[in-house]
Design a protein around this ligand. Structure first.
Ligand code: SPV
Ligand code: MG
Length: 293
């Protein structure tokens, strides 16, 4: 068990607070613990990263219960508030509320639902991203809110720009989802410049907090988001991608060198592993609870 993180801010604090907040991607207990150690105050349970780490494609190949199990490990290992990528909710309003309720029970602080159908495809893959009907998707949002109650954070993610529609459609949808009870709007873009995101923020005029995912427009400095009064930036997949690079380098070297001496100084020490997962707490508990003979 992790020592309780007394001073932690809630996900709602992070998303609603005036300043810019960050959510760091994690996809298992270990990456969650590393993000906490780095000082992040909240996590993004990325569908892309969780799928990838399980060896699935980000196309709803992982079941919703597999995602819930991963999120539980992240919550236990980090004790941080977690916004979970709930994809499109794994079906209709009923599947969405089942997912959200179970995530809440297992330690998540909020869920993000995107206005697409099931199965969804990752927003950066191909050009087929059919949008859900606004009324039907609004029903999914309402059902989630009614199930989880007000504290659990509900983020409505708008895929209109990804699907090739313009700002008017995105804003129209954002209004509808705000009426349906969303706590924040995630506006997604696959452009390499932040222009359409900043235009959206200007026209939205702070009706609800805005969350963004600058995976493709990564060159924009965060000062631009602060100036635009964006609430939260999600660094959406960088632990997973960093793991791929590091694991590939290590595998290639061990393969080529037929030994592990070369990589030893490059990889985390075992002490680091034991520290991240609080083996010291277990030793102290053994002293307390195990008989001393
Ligand atoms: C994820 O991290 O799974 C996301 C963000 O949904 S994206 O991959 O940009 O769609
Ligand atoms: Mg996703």
């Amino acid at each position: 068990a992790l020592p309780p993180n007394q001073a932690r801010e809630t996900l709602r604090d992070l998303i609603v607070s005036k300043g810019l907040s960050y959510l760091m991607e994690a996809h298992d207990g270990l990456s969650a613990a590393i993000a906490r150690q780095a000082g992040f105050k909240g996590l993004w349970a990325s569908g892309l990263s969780i799928s990838s780490s399980l060896g699935y494609r980000d196309a709803n190949e992982a079941s919703w219960t597999q995602v819930v199990d991963v999120v539980e490990r992240m919550a236990d290992a980090s004790d941080l508030p977690i916004l979970v990528d709930g994809d499109s909710g794994f079906g209709n309003f009923n599947n969405a509320r089942l997912l959200a309720g179970k995530l809440q029970q297992r330690g998540a602080s909020g869920v993000c639902l995107e206005d697409k159908g099931f199965p969804k495809m990752n927003s950066f893959v191909g050009n087929r991203h059919p949008l859900a009907e606004i009324d039907e998707f609004s029903g999914r949002l309402k059902a989630v809110k009614d199930t989880t109650g007000p504290d659990f954070v509900l983020v409505a993610r708008i895929e209109a720009l990804i699907a090739g529609y313009g700002l008017d459609e995105a804003l129209h949808r954002a209004d509808a989802y705000a009426d349906a009870g969303a706590d924040a709007i995630l506006i997604h873009s696959r452009k390499s410049e932040a222009t359409e995101i900043l235009d959206f923020a200007r026209r939205w005029a702070g009706k609800l907090p805005i969350v963004i995912v600058p995976t493709k427009y990564y060159k924009t400095p965060v000062s631009a988001y602060r100036d635009a009064q964006i609430s939260t930036v999600i660094w959406a997949n960088h632990n997973m991608r960093a793991a791929i690079s590091a694991m590939r380098t290590t595998c290639d070297r061990i393969m080529a060198e037929e030994g592990i001496a070369g990589v030893e100084p490059e990889v985390a020490t075992l002490e680091e592993v034991f520290g991240l997962l609080h083996y010291d707490e277990l030793a102290a508990a053994e002293d307390r609870y195990l008989p001393k003979h």
